[in-house]
Design a protein around this ligand. Structure first.
Ligand code: GRF
Length: 205
């Protein structure tokens, strides 16, 4: 039975979700789970600064540094193994994970998506594109989803969702901000619950 859950957070951008995970850890709110590595697919991601400010190890693995997807995927997997990560949390990570990573961590990779999956997910559905699509659809509510990652974009089993209303006059920016507030509540809470299960049973839920 694992005594701790070692988390690697994968990022590509601003890292506000990463920050809420780190804040939860500092406040003792991760149930003994620990962020051991922040891996970024972009060298200029502000998330790296957030990690360094919290004393968390960082590594950058950019696709452009490799001549093939296979080499990039192997270079992404290596630091995760080296850090002895048990659980991967994608927090605004914009690359598709390679099959080797998904196989090795199957059932132990979480992602947060800024819409109510299965709606508004899949290739190309990220950032403002998601919120634009929600507004265009005329849906009266949106929200965020934490799910287990599988081979398909935004596809694996849903662990938790939070809803927000779509308001008259919303722009992609105002809707994104309302959803992001919920993401910051939902992701650390869901990670905590997931890690508690992992530490009890060791099995992917
Ligand atoms: C969030 O909206 C998240 O749902 C999506 O990417 C965004 C990342 O934002 N997967 P941040 O980098 O955590 O601020």
């Amino acid at each position: 039975m694992p005594k701790t859950a070692r988390i690697a957070v994968l990022v590509s951008g601003g890292g506000s979700n990463l920050q809420t995970i780190l804040d939860a850890q500092k406040a003792g709110g991760l149930a003994g789970a620990e962020v051991v590595l922040v891996l970024s697919s972009k060298s200029d991601a502000y998330a790296l600064t957030r990690a360094k400010d919290s004393g968390i190890r960082t590594t950058v693995v950019e696709r452009k540094a490799f001549s093939s997807d296979e080499a990039f995927n192997a270079a992404t997997l290596a630091p995760l193994i080296e850090a002895e990560a048990d659980i991967l949390c994608l927090a605004g990570y914009l690359r598709k994970l390679g099959p080797g990573i998904i196989q090795r961590y199957r059932g132990r990779i979480l992602n947060i998506h800024p819409a109510l999956l299965p709606k508004f997910g899949g290739p190309g559905m990220y950032g403002h594109y998601v919120h634009e699509a929600v507004l265009k659809s005329g849906d009266k509510e949106s929200g965020c989803t934490v799910h287990v990652v599988d081979e398909e974009f935004d596809h694996g089993p849903v662990l938790a969702q939070a809803k927000v209303p779509v308001q008259p006059g919303d722009t992609p920016e105002t809707l994104a901000a309302r959803v992001l507030e919920q993401e910051h509540q939902l992701y650390p809470k869901t990670i905590r619950e997931f890690c508690e299960k992992y530490m009890k049973s060791g099995a992917p839920s």
